[in-house]
Design a protein around this ligand. Structure first.
Ligand SMILES: Nc1ncnc2c1ncn2[C@@H]1O[C@H](COP(=O)(O)OP(=O)(O)OP(=O)(O)O)[C@@H](O)[C@H]1O
Ligand SMILES: [Mg+2]
Length: 238
């Protein structure tokens, strides 16, 4: 199908999601729709428990909604099998989690390389090429010296930026970041945010960022508020 027919790189249509049954049931997403275009930087703000991570998990194809659709580049994810969804996750999406989720028994370089090594690109690309891309990313973020260290041997800010390198290693179309600066101090948080913004702009990567930081959100091109399972877009500023 013609690409021009699908202006959105990521779209959610009427997502609903509840957890638990009966009296204990929690409706985390009530009827959430949104659509973003390639290269847009969307920030999602909202109180704790309002459904932000639930939404990101649906968008990242890590969990399925009770009803509604997620479309990646115009392609409905729901009818796809687990293997096809895993392919999309690995090739099209980059994830940054609130806690960096680096594997402690592997070096920073190895951590960054994992998504590259399990991608289909790995079959075509020699290991030395993937390694070079990982080292280039580390260099670019000003951390050439931490490649051979283990996550416990670097600072929290460096770990988050290493997680950013890992999210970028496969050149994803979309980065989904769940409070990537949540456990950092102000200076390190700003550094991670700036890196994310600059790299996304340079590569025309689409970013969906969950954050509690209203100041950071003001720099985004789209700002959304999540409240009690409902998403609304903030009025566009001039
Ligand atoms: N696996 C789960 N089982 C049961 N309830 C869940 C589960 N995950 C989330 N919830 C509930 O769904 C609601 C939304 O949770 P979610 O994690 O999406 O919130 P959030 O906006 O990301 O919050 P925070 O800012 O604290 O990370 C909450 O009431 C939460 O307790
Ligand atoms: Mg959350």
């Amino acid at each position: 199908m013609d690409k021009a027919e699908f202006p959105y790189v990521l779209e959610a249509r009427n997502l609903r999601k509840s957890y638990g049954k009966g009296e204990n049931s929690v409706t985390a997403l009530k009827d959430v729709s949104f659509a973003i275009k390639p290269g847009e930087f969307a920030a999602i703000l909202g109180p704790s428990g309002s459904g932000k991570s639930t939404l990101l998990n649906m968008l990242g194809l890590m969990d399925q909604p009770d009803s509604g659709e997620v479309l990646i580049a115009g392609k409905k994810a729901m009818p796809l099998g687990e293997e096809a969804r895993a392919f999309l996750r690995n090739e099209k999406l980059g994830f940054i989690f609130q806690f960096d989720a680096l594997l402690s028994e592997f070096t920073i370089l190895e951590n960054i390389l994992f998504p590259a090594l399990i991608s289909t690109r790995a079959k075509k690309e020699p290991y030395s090429e993937s390694r070079k891309r990982a080292l280039d990313l580390l260099n670019h973020l000003g951390m050439p010296r931490i490649a051979q260290r283990y996550p416990s041997q670097v600072s929290g800010g460096e770990r988050q930026r290493a997680a950013l390198c890992r999210a970028l290693i496969n050149d994803p179309d979309i980065i989904l970041a769940d409070e990537p600066t949540g456990n950092l101090d102000k200076a390190n948080g700003e550094m991670v945010f700036k890196d994310l913004e600059a790299l996304a702009r340079r590569r025309l990567t689409t970013v969906v960022l969950v954050t509690h930081n209203e100041e950071a959100a003001l720099k985004a091109s789209r700002v959304f508020h999540m409240q009690d399972g409902t998403l609304s877009e903030a009025v566009i500023r001039v």
